[in-house]
Structures are given as C-alpha cells and as structure tokens.
Design a protein. Structure first.
Length: 68
C-alpha cells in the first residue's frame, strides 16, 4: 500500500518521461527461462524438503515444542 501510494503521489517533475509499459512479449523464448527456472526450483524443493523436515523435527524435540 505504501509503495502504491508513493508511486501515485509522486510529483510530476520526479517522474520518468516515458514510464509506460509496452506490450507483453509472447515469444516462446521469453517464457523458456522463467519456466525452466521454476521447474528446477520445484525439483530442488522435492529433493531438500525431506531433509529439512527431519532437521526441524529434531530442533522442535530438543526445544521441547513437541514430543517424539
């Protein structure tokens, strides 16, 4: 909300002359990198989540938050 208010209330002399968005890119190559990165991060999360769950479970038991 603060960022939107700051943007909307900015004085005209502090605005960029042509700060308009252009048409979105629809080329397949423009989507390849974000989709590939998303797939890699998704696979990485499946590989690391079981280890993180075991580690945080041990911490919770040590801190007395839960019992085994």
């Amino acid at each position: 909300m603060c960022a939107v208010a700051s943007w909307a209330l900015r004085p005209a002399d502090r605005r960029l002359p042509k700060a308009r968005l252009g048409p979105p890119e629809t080329r397949p190559r423009a989507w390849a990198v974000p989709v590939g990165l998303l797939a890699v991060l998704y696979a990485l999360s499946f590989l690391t989540l079981p280890a993180a769950e075991a580690m945080t479970h041990e911490w919770a038991v040590e801190l007395g938050w839960i019992s085994e």
